[in-house]
Ligand binder design. Sequence first.
Ligand code: AMP
Length: 247
Amino acid sequence: MDYFSVKMRSSLEENHISGHERIVKVSELENTINELFKRGSRKSFDFLNIKIEKINSPILFIKKTLKIKTLNFNNPKEANNFALNLLQKETGINLNTLQKLIKLIHTGAASGKNMRGAMIVNLKGERLEKNREKGIRTTMVDYINREKHKKKLIKKGFTERTLDALALSTKNLIYPDIVAEYCISDEPDYLTGYVATKKYYFRLTPLKEKGNLFGGRIYFVKNNTDIDKLYNYLQNTPVLIEDIEIG
Ligand code: AMP
């Protein structure tokens, strides 16, 4: 069966506005292109690009996503304390170092701006990404029967944002060298963030302060991780997920 990667990005005066990507069968191409066009043109733009490429490398099929667990807290401090303790347990990095890294994400990890992708941190707390402004972007991941899963999630009170973040995070955590992930959105009104471990996707609300324009992701990796191989997997290996696991 042939699959295609469809990538859309739009911008206004060279500032990024919207971006999204899908992996679909030929029969789904036309609908996908329309859908991505709608998504990219919700806000004004002066450039919109949709790129369609046949996938030639072997696709990694994954049976299930990480298991979703939702936890509510009284405020971001409480939620971040939970995140810190969980990350400390999963990575062995001391709380002080973890606190500094997480603070960076909340205050602009690319010299006071948002990184475009994620920070990579090893279990000694050292940053490893090749470019600290750009970070690493996980791409080439989608669901088989995306619409079905989207409906299922929305019916249970989740958002499409969860669908996308869950796919991204599942691709990340299936990689043997990635042990955990921390994420907050850069949308000032979207306060739910998550910590992902090898088994669970913990949605934590609220993980950031309302109105904060900063967001970002940290991928925690083993100390002996081969960075070139990691980049290649995250950017180039196509991953298709068959089902969602709601805990
Ligand atoms: P979002 O979840 O789209 O609100 O993104 C939150 C932050 O995560 C962004 O500011 C980026 O730093 C980072 N990010 C967004 N997309 C990706 C991606 N595909 N891979 C890695 N990091 C990303």
